[in-house]
Design a protein around this ligand. Structure first.
Ligand code: FAD
Length: 342
């Protein structure tokens, strides 16, 4: 189980995993595609470079409320992801988390093999690329590397894990301010270290941060991490001075660099760094579909709700492709008690 309580299959993969559908990207679109595939009786493997499902929502704004998901007047990012994971769970998808999908090779008989980081392989009848903005790599500072995973992190999957800790947050954007506000009531202390004098974050959030008891040090940078094994304190340069701050956790909210990564070499027709699709979400490569923020068609609106619709469209077309003769429209879920459909 990972932190989100998701079943993570690692053993099956060593021998090579196969499924009806391989979904590249376990963001909201990919998770919902796996659900829709499961509803049509198709097995799926979800591959994601991040260590937990949820894509941008889990990585960037799990504690923010989202107001434009149909049927949810307001839903916290984390709750939406937990709901998507719970919804697909009856169909037992295999999650390969913390692994980048690096290659896509035709097996010659209509199926595909995806090479996954570490040399493993996933075989599938169809592939749904739900890779969002692509691979994202957190911006970092040289001194943070040795303590990564030992107190240094790039996002906060669970606020509660910082209960009673001294937390240092590095950065000056919305994420830094949001984490500071969210952690202020939970952590023993929260200190925001920002190298400029002004914050890039929304003014309202910055005002709340200054009023919240969070310590803010501007014109400063973290220059050293210390601790035997785990992080215990950080050294901060402030002008000519160096300060030592107790820190059992440091959150580097410095942003992410995104790039297409290996997907750029898969032979998929692209437009503006997105994969071009038709109305069925098919790409130019037979058996390969693209959905969510990674896909391109004229007029696409980059919203979670739009990705959900694309996921349903892709999964049902995959079902017809893999099971010729089956209907494109699924049964209505109301009549099924959620049971598998074909
Ligand atoms: C701060 C913020 C607030 C937002 N607020 C809203 C909002 O209120 N409403 C709304 O509708 N939208 C909002 N969005 C946009 C929304 O988050 C995205 O539209 C949505 O996450 C796209 O979903 P997706 O599944 O297509 O891709 P993503 O969520 O980007 O997930 C894609 C996943 O693919 C993985 N991946 C990429 N390449 C590979 C590879 N080669 N191998 C393995 N894995 C790979 C990535 O690691 C990632 O986890 C917001 C975005 C941000 C940043």
């Amino acid at each position: 189980m990972n932190r989100a309580g998701v079943r993570v299959d690692t053993t099956a993969v060593d021998a090579g995993t196969s499924a009806d559908v391989a979904v590249v990207g376990a963001g909201p679109a990919g998770l919902y595609a796996a659900y829709c595939a499961g509803f049509r009786g198709l097995s799926s493997v979800l591959i994601d470079a991040l260590p937990e499902p949820g894509g941008q929502i889990a990585a960037l704004y799990p504690e923010k409320k989202i107001y434009d998901i149909a049927g949810h007047p307001a839903v916290r990012g984390r709750e939406l992801v937990d709901g998507l994971v719970a919804q697909v769970e009856p169909f037992r998808p295999v999650y390969l988390l913390g692994r980048t999908a690096v290659s896509l090779t035709s097996d010659g008989g209509g199926g595909w093999t995806i090479g996954v980081e570490g040399g493993r392989r996933v075989r599938a009848g169809a592939v749904v690329v739900a890779a969002g903005l692509g691979r994202s790599t957190p911006r970092t500072l040289p001194c943070l590397g040795p303590y990564q995973g030992r107190g240094v992190a790039y996002h906060v999957p669970r606020l509660d894990e910082h209960r009673g800790r001294d937390v240092v947050i590095v950065g000056g954007g919305d994420s830094a301010v949001d984490w500071a506000l969210a952690l202020a009531p939970i952590a023993r202390s929260v200190t925001v270290v920002h190298r400029r004098s002004a914050f890039r974050a929304h003014e309202h959030g910055v005002k709340r941060m200054y009023a919240s008891g969070v310590r803010v040090i501007t014109g400063a940078e973290v220059v050293e991490c210390r601790g035997a094994g785990r992080l215990e304190e950080v050294r901060v340069r402030v002008g000519e001075e160096q300060w030592e701050l107790p820190a059992q956790a440091l959150v580097a909210a410095l942003g992410f660099i995104t790039d297409l990564g290996p997907i750029a070499d898969w032979g998929l027709r692209m437009m503006n760094r997105r994969i071009m699709v038709d109305a069925t979400m098919r790409t130019n490569v037979p058996g390969v579909y693209a959905i969510g923020d990674m896909c391109f068609y004229e007029g696409r609106v980059p919203l979670i709700s739009v990705g959900f619709g694309e996921a349903a469209t892709a999964a049902n077309h995959v079902a017809v492709e893999l099971r010729p003769g089956s209907r494109l429209a699924p049964e209505h879920s109301t009549g099924t008690d959620g049971a598998l459909m074909s």
